[in-house]
Design a protein around this ligand. Structure first.
Ligand code: FES
Length: 107
């Protein structure tokens, strides 16, 4: 496969925890969900050959719209509620290159 990016898809999960009472992604279980996504990517063998990389990020400064993830190189932002949402992003976006419009957080 020929491409210009090191990873085909590079996914960042904000897992930031802000002080009690403030909106943040970790208040909604972001680290657990990042771990779940990483496990699913391995199960699907998408971690091989630099196809998909899941990374933890600090605050992405969209706290009130979170929890948020961002996928590069397209710079597509998503929010999620549960594992089904993450599964849909993996199946649609990361496996088939189709944007999941219902979960998008627009610029
Ligand atoms: S805490 Fe996640 S965007 Fe700020």
């Amino acid at each position: 496969m020929s491409r210009s990016n090191y990873y085909q898809y590079h996914v960042f999960f904000c897992t930031n925890q802000r002080p009690a009472g403030e909106s943040c992604c970790e208040n909604q279980g972001a680290l657990d969900m990042r771990n779940y996504a990483k496990k699913r990517i391995k199960e699907l063998q998408l971690h091989k050959n630099n196809q998909v990389r899941i990374n933890t990020a600090g605050c992405l400064n969209r706290c009130g719209e979170g929890p948020v993830i961002v996928i590069y190189p397209e710079d597509i932002w998503y929010t999620w509620i549960d594992k089904e949402d993450i599964d849909e992003i993996i199946d649609e976006h990361l496996c088939h290159g189709r944007v999941v419009e219902r979960l998008r957080v627009l610029p």
